[in-house]
Design a protein around this ligand. Structure first.
Ligand SMILES: N[C@@H](CCC(=O)N[C@@H](CS)C(=O)NCC(=O)O)C(=O)O
Length: 230
């Protein structure tokens, strides 16, 4: 979907404000595509330090993206957006991303929060560590989190069971950095977490995921630029 300029979204019922390589924002765009919801994509370039007027107006509390704008009103926070999309656009033909069972739903939310706190946190330390010791510690931590998630997946096709669900949507954008884990830290995710790597392959068969995830190469290159890596 082509990026619209910041005023062009105004006629659209649904707009997603995001940057193409934002792991959080990919969740919102995957959820919208899973549900077949047409949306305008307004690109907010995170390489520019100042946030746009649109972001400051729509998310004054955090000034972060993604932001979903529905009927002129904002929904902020990527997991919150995925839940909102799931609530609004579920019917007989569009299955729910969150599990129907309350216990399974609570588990899916718990592990999505784990991805936000632990995986994203370790990834950031991995990319920002300047000493070899700190980088090795962050690498081990990151790999430990992936192994834990692999155990959560177990022998299911998706975290959501037979179908892609909420936790799949929350985690799969991070798989776009697996190539970067290898390039920057020598982590071979396919060898270390083979079931997780097969899960990535299954997710990538879905149009919603394929249409949103950038290539591992592009993802690594933009992170090299962001984090000033060698
Ligand atoms: N918890 C938020 C995190 C979003 C977030 O941190 N977005 C970052 C990009 S990764 C952002 O917009 N940062 C604004 C900035 O760097 O100025 C979510 O899930 O949406």
């Amino acid at each position: 979907m082509a990026a619209a300029r910041s005023h062009e979204h105004e006629g659209a019922a649904v707009t997603c404000v995001d940057f193409w390589c934002n792991e959080f924002g990919m969740r919102a765009r995957i959820a919208l595509r899973e549900k077949g919801v047409p949306f305008a994509f307004v690109e907010e370039d995170l390489r520019v330090r100042e946030r746009s007027d649109l972001v400051r107006r729509m998310n004054p509390a955090h000034r972060s993206i993604p932001i979903l704008i529905h009927g002129g009103r904002p929904v902020c926070g990527s997991l919150n957006i995925v839940e909102y999309v799931d609530e609004v656009w579920s019917d007989q033909t569009r299955r729910r991303l969150l599990p129907a069972d309350p216990l399974e739903r609570a588990r899916a939310r718990f592990w999505a929060d784990f991805v936000d706190r632990e995986v994203y946190g370790a990834q950031t330390r991995f990319l920002t560590s300047r000493s070899e010791a700190a980088k090795a510690a962050a690498t081990a931590e990151l790999l430990g989190h992936l192994r834990r998630l692999e155990a959560v997946l177990g022998d299911r096709a998706f975290f959501g069971g037979e179908e892609l669900g909420f936790l799949d949507v929350a985690l799969v954008p991070f798989s776009a950095m697996f190539h970067g884990y290898e390039r920057h830290g020598g982590v071979d995710v396919a060898a270390e977490c083979p079931a997780l790597a097969r899960w990535v392959g299954r997710c990538a068969e879905r149009e919603s995921v394929r249409g949103v995830l950038p290539s591992g190469h592009d993802m690594y290159e933009i992170h090299r630029e962001f984090y000033d890596l060698e």
